[in-house]
Design a protein around this ligand. Structure first.
Ligand SMILES: Nc1nc2c(ncn2[C@@H]2O[C@H](COP(=O)(O)OP(=O)(O)OP(=O)(O)O)[C@@H](O)[C@H]2O)c(=O)[nH]1
Ligand SMILES: [Mg+2]
Length: 393
C-alpha cells in the first residue's frame, strides 16, 4: 500500500521519521512521501530522515517557532490558521500515487494533538483516499493536562479519521528506563507493527518472491473500513536450525528428512504465532472479541509459509471476534531466520485506557472550572477593597 505520511508535532514527527527510515532501509517503498509539521523549530531540526524541504514550520506569528506548550486548543488554532500552507505543501508533493493518508501525532501534547484532527478533516474534504490516524496516548503519570488533551483530541479524531490506530505509551514503557529510552523502543515497536500491515503486497526488491496469498491495498482499506479504533498484535519466533551452528544444521537436516511432518510443523507454528499475536500485548489493549474485522499477515522465508496455516488461523480469529470478515495473507522474506505474525483488529471497543483517560479528563475539567470560579471570586474580593479609587486607564 502506498501511503502519504504526515507527522504532526514532536512525537508524530519522530515516528514518521523512523517510519521513513525503515521504509528506505528495507526497500519496502510504501511511503510515497513523509511530511513533518510542527510549531516548534527545534523539534523539526531534530529529525534524521525526512528531508529538510519536507519539514514544515507553522504558526510562526503565534508561537515564534517555540511550540504551543501543550495547549491543544492553541495547536488546533495554529493548524487552522495555516491550513492553506499545509494543504499546498501536500498538493505540491503530489498525491497521485497515494492509496491512503496516515496522520501521526502524540495526543497528549499541543501541536500534534490539536493539529492532527484539523489536518485529517481537511484531507477528508479535499481527497477521496482514506485518511487514517495514528494516535499515541500519554502514560498515566504525565498529568491531567496531557490526559485532558488526549481525551479531547481522541473525541475529535475518532469522528474525523477513517480509522484510528491507537498506541498506548502506558502499557509499553518499562520500569527503570528514561523517557528517551522508552520512546526509542516504543517508536520502533509502532513502526515495526505498522510497516508489516502497510507493506503487505509491496515488492521488497526486484527479485522479490511473490506470496502465495498476497494481500493488496484494497484488502487493507476494506479491513479498516469499520471506522473507530484499530489495534495491532505481533508475535515472532526464530526458526530452529536457521540460527546456524552444528545443532542448528543437524536439526535442519532432521527436519528435511521428515517430509510431510515438516508441513504440519509449519502450519502449527503459524497458528500458534497468530494466537500469540492476538492474545499478547496489543498496541492498545482492548476486548479483542469486539473486533469487527481482522487481517492476518504471516511473514518469513517462503518455505516456512503455507496456506493451510493461514486458513487455520483465519478460522480461529473468525470464531473469536464479533464480525465475520477476516482476511489473511503472507509476506515472503527470503533468507529470514524468523517467522512473524501480525494481526490487525479493526472496529474494536471496550478499551480500558480510553475509559480511564475520559474519566480523568472529566474530573480535570471539573477541577479547572472550580478553580476558575474561585479565582473570579478571589479577584472580586480584591477589587472590592476600595471602589472610590479610579483605575489608571
Ligand atoms: N511514543 C512516543 N511518545 C512520545 C514521543 N515524544 C513525545 N511523546 C508523547 O507525546 C505527548 C506529547 O506530545 P508531543 O508530540 O511532544 O507534543 P507536540 O505535538 O510537539 O506539542 P507541543 O510541544 O505542546 O507544542 C506525550 O504524551 C509524550 O509522552 C515519542 O518519541 N514517542
Ligand atoms: Mg513539541
Amino acid at each position: 500500500m502506498k501511503l502519504f505520511v504526515i507527522g504532526f508535532g514532536q512525537a508524530g514527527g519522530k515516528i514518521a521519521d523512523l517510519f521513513l527510515e525503515y521504509d528506505t532501509r528495507t526497500k519496502q517503498r510504501s511511503i510515497v512521501r513523509a511530511l513533518a509539521i510542527n510549531s516548534a523549530k527545534s523539534d523539526l531540526m531534530g529529525l534524521n530522515t525526512i528531508s529538510m524541504e519536507d519539514r514544515l514550520l507553522i504558526g510562526q506569528s503565534i508561537t515564534k517557532g517555540h511550540g504551543v506548550g501543550a495547549d491543544n486548543q492553541l495547536g488546533a488554532k495554529v493548524a487552522q490558521e495555516d491550513i492553506y500552507t499545509i494543504q499546498s505543501a501536500i498538493d505540491k508533493r503530489g498525491t497521485h500515487q497515494t492509496d491512503a493518508f496516515l496522520v501521526i501525532a502524540g495526543l497528549g501534547g499541543g501541536t500534534g494533538s490539536g493539529g492532527a484532527p484539523v489536518i485529517s478533516q481537511r484531507l477528508k474534504e479535499v481527497y477521496t483516499e482514506p485518511v487514517y490516524a495514528l494516535g499515541v496516548l500519554p502514560a498515566s503519570d504525565e498529568g491531567s493536562l496531557y490526559t485532558l488533551n488526549a481525551a479531547r483530541s481522541f473525541m475529535t479524531l475518532i469522528n474525523v479519521a477513517d480509522c484510528l490506530f491507537l498506541f498506548d505509551n502506558e502499557s509499553w514503557k518499562q520500569e527503570g528506563e528514561t523517557l528517551g529510552e522508552a520512546y526509542s523502543h516504543i517508536n520502533e515497536e509502532i513502526v515495526r507493527r505498522l510497516s508489516v500491515i502497510i507493506g503487505a503486497g509491496e515488492a521488497v526488491s526486484s527479485k522479490a518472491e511473490v506470496g502465495d496469498m498476497v494481500v493488496d491495498s484494497s484488502e487493507i482499506i476494506n479491513t479498516l473500513a469499520t471506522g473507530g479504533v484499530a489495534t495491532i498484535g505481533y508475535a515472532i519466533e526464530e526458526i530452529p536450525g536457521k540460527s546456524g551452528g552444528v545443532i542448528g544444521r543437524l536439526k535442519s537436516q532432521f527436519k528435511k528428512d521428515r517430509g510431510s511432518i515438516d508441513r504440519l510443523d509449519t502450519t502449527t507454528r503459524i497458528a500458534s504465532l497468530v494466537r500469540r499475536a492476538v492474545m499478547g500485548r496489543l498496541t492498545i489493549s482492548c476486548d479483542v472479541k469486539t473486533a469487527e474485522k481482522a487481517l492476518i499477515l504471516v511473514a518469513g522465508p517462503p518455505e516456512e509459509l503455507n496456506r493451510m496455516g493461514i486458513e487455520k488461523s483465519r478460522r480461529w480469529v473468525e470464531n473469536l471476534i464479533s464480525g465475520t470478515e477476516v482476511r489473511g495473507g503472507d509476506y515472503p522474506i527470503p533468507n529470514s531466520k524468523f517467522v512473524a505474525s501480525t494481526v490487525l483488529l479493526s472496529g474494536v471497543s471496550n478499551i480500558p485506557r480510553i475509559k480511564e483517560i475520559q474519566k480523568a479528563a472529566t474530573e480535570a475539567q471539573e477541577r479547572i472550572k472550580d478553580f476558575e470560579s474561585k479565582k473570579e471570586e478571589k479577584f472580586g474580593n480584591l477589587m472590592e477593597t476600595d471602589d472610590s479609587l479610579e483605575p489608571l486607564f
